[in-house]
Design a protein around this ligand. Structure first.
Ligand code: ADP
Ligand code: ZN
Length: 522
């Protein structure tokens, strides 16, 4: 009996047909070709290497950074009757010997290991003695320093090209910017590979980004209004905010669990297992949670803090709706996010070039938040894919109106200049707004702010609106927020506006939402 890709698909995995480009990918690798596969989360990457591993003679080696998930992945394959195992630090020496023996005996279809394990001399020697059918490099974007998940150990994987030139290699990732794509191709020495780039659109995910007022109350309204009893993930930036948010939701009757790297390993494992097993749980987590999690019915992903990059946003939101049913990617975002993310980058580790790259990533994310165009179009364009307005995002459903903010922006920029030149003062947004609105305080009196020509020139605009203006023009580079306190200084784009050579159109922020408003019918 000959084993074909189609028969394995049906008999082992129980699926009648391939999806998207799976068949072409599988055929190419079975024939011995190298492949680079860019496919969104949920697209079906696993079959692209599992089927070649089963059809070709020998053992398929799967390289993955996700040690914590290997046991589950292996158990799932064993359930299907596939001979699978993993090699990692959780095994006892006896278990490890057993796996090595099975590998050498040809008793394994698939073997998982982390990159740091693969590059050990003893592992390479072991693989040299075994019969390897294919190398699959999962989460291949981890080799890219430009990306957001860089792992040094991935750099070592280039050795496969030299050591095992006759064995096909397939690299897979759900990150698809041109930079990452090029970098992983070069660094993994896949210059002869065929490239398979799937559409990154996730049509069943509705994108929505709302201005942050009181984030936890907005989140609560969102969940109870549209997703009560649904499973979802809420991402927060800090461990503290994870715990507080989980407690706040639980106190109001939403079953929520915390997940972050500071929790004991048992608690993390337990919460993750419950999230996968039980229905309708909400996982409140830092971005430590989610990579490789295969829960098809996550109905929403909510961000309470701004992600650092579009890649991150896309990956995190991509965990919603893997079953193809309608799901929501919801985010609350405000001026504070812009200031704190910039501060985080500037005060963080890494050289100047790294910081510049991080700021570029952040700027692209901000542009997505502030766009008046279809969010999906913006998102896909970032990944180099063109599309039309989608009809399933907030800007399509409720097109934002814009207003001519040139004069207020000129006033604001002038205020920042005057404070700096005439008083030697650099302030954060709150105090700049106070000067604009002419709000008296101890500071305004000691600094004689009322003598400034700009004192009170923005009294016609309320504080909330000023904050929305500042947030939007930070995103566009008219202003910059610098230093530990997020003081405002002129940005590189300020000149033409101040000289009246350029007008500024800003979007009206929608009025703060009440529960139930902005539902899917909108
Ligand atoms: P990815 O690794 O790209 O995120 P997976 O390989 O985990 O995606 O696949 C996502 C889901 O789609 C899984 O539940 C998988 O069983 C299912 N799937 C993949 N390929 C097919 C197919 N050809 N037919 C039906 N279901 C599929
Ligand atoms: Zn749209």
């Amino acid at each position: 009996m000959t084993v074909t890709a189609q028969s394995v698909l049906e008999d082992v995995f129980g699926y009648p047909t391939f999806r998207g480009e799976q068949q072409q990918i599988v055929d190419h690798v079975i024939a011995g070709g190298d492949a680079v596969v860019l496919m969104p989360t949920g697209g079906g990457k696993s079959l692209c290497y599992q089927i070649p591993a089963l059809v070709r003679e020998g053992t398929g080696i799967v390289i993955s950074p996700l040690i914590a998930l290997m046991a589950d992945q292996v158990a799932a394959l064993e359930n299907l009757g596939v001979k699978a195992a993993f090699l990692n630090s959780t095994l006892t020496p006896e278990q490890e010997n057993e796996v090595c023996r099975r590998l050498l005996d040809g008793d394994l279809d698939v073997l998982y290991m982390a990159p740091e394990r693969l590059v050990l001399p003893r592992t390479l020697q072991l693989l040299g003695q075994a019969h390897v059918s294919v190398f699959a490099i999962d989460e291949a974007h981890c080799v890219s320093q430009w990306g957001h998940d860089f792992r040094t150990d991935y750099l070592g994987l280039s050795i496969l090209a030299d050591r095992f030139p006759g064995i096909p290699r397939i690299a897979l990732t759900a990150t698809a910017t041109r930079a990452t794509h090029e970098e992983l191709t070069a660094r993994l020495r896949l210059e002869n590979a065929r490239h398979f780039v799937a559409s990154f659109d996730r049509p069943n995910i509705e994108y929505r980004i709302v201005p942050k007022a009181s984030a936890r109350a907005q989140l609560f309204d969102f969940i109870t209004g549209e997703h009560s009893d649904d499973a979802g993930i809420v991402y927060c930036l800090s461990r503290k905010s994870v715990e507080q948010t989980a407690e706040a939701l639980a106190a109001r009757g939403i079953p929520a669990l915390p997940y972050h790297a500071g929790l004991p390993a048992e608690v993390r494992a337990e919460n993750q297992a419950r999230f996968l097993r039980e229905d309708g749980l909400v996982m409140v987590a830092t971005i430590a949670f989610g990579m490789g999690i295969d829960k098809p019915d996550v109905r929403f992903v909510a961000h309470l803090d701004l992600p650092r990059s579009i890649e991150g946003y896309y990956q995190e939101t991509g965990r919603a709706g893997r079953d193809g049913l309608a799901s929501t990617a919801w985010m609350a975002y405000g001026l504070g996010d812009v200031v704190s993310q910039r501060r985080f980058i500037m005060s963080g580790e890494g050289d100047e070039a790294f910081k510049r790259r991080s700021l570029t990533h952040l700027d692209a994310m901000l542009a997505l938040c502030e766009t008046v165009d279809c969010r999906r179009m913006q998102l896909l364009r970032y990944f180099g894919q063109e599309s039309g307005p989608c009809g399933n995002c907030d800007t399509c459903n409720q097109p934002p109106t814009t207003w001519d903010a040139t004069v207020p922006v000129q006033k604001l920029l002038s205020t920042v200049i005057r404070l700096d030149r005439e008083r030697g003062q650099r302030f954060g947004s709150g105090q700049v707004i106070d000067v604009l609105r002419g709000i008296e305080s101890d500071r305004s009196r000691t600094s004689r702010h009322e003598e400034l020509s700009v004192w009170g020139i923005g009294a016609d605009i309320d504080e909330r609106q000023w904050r929305a203006i500042i947030r939007q023009i930070l995103a566009r580079g008219y202003l910059e927020s610098v230093g530990d306190y997020g003081v405002l200084v002129l940005g590189p784009q300020a000149g033409p506006v101040l000289r009246g050579e350029e007008t500024v159109q800003l979007r009206h922020d929608p009025t703060p939402a009440k529960a139930g408003r902005g539902s899917r019918s909108g």
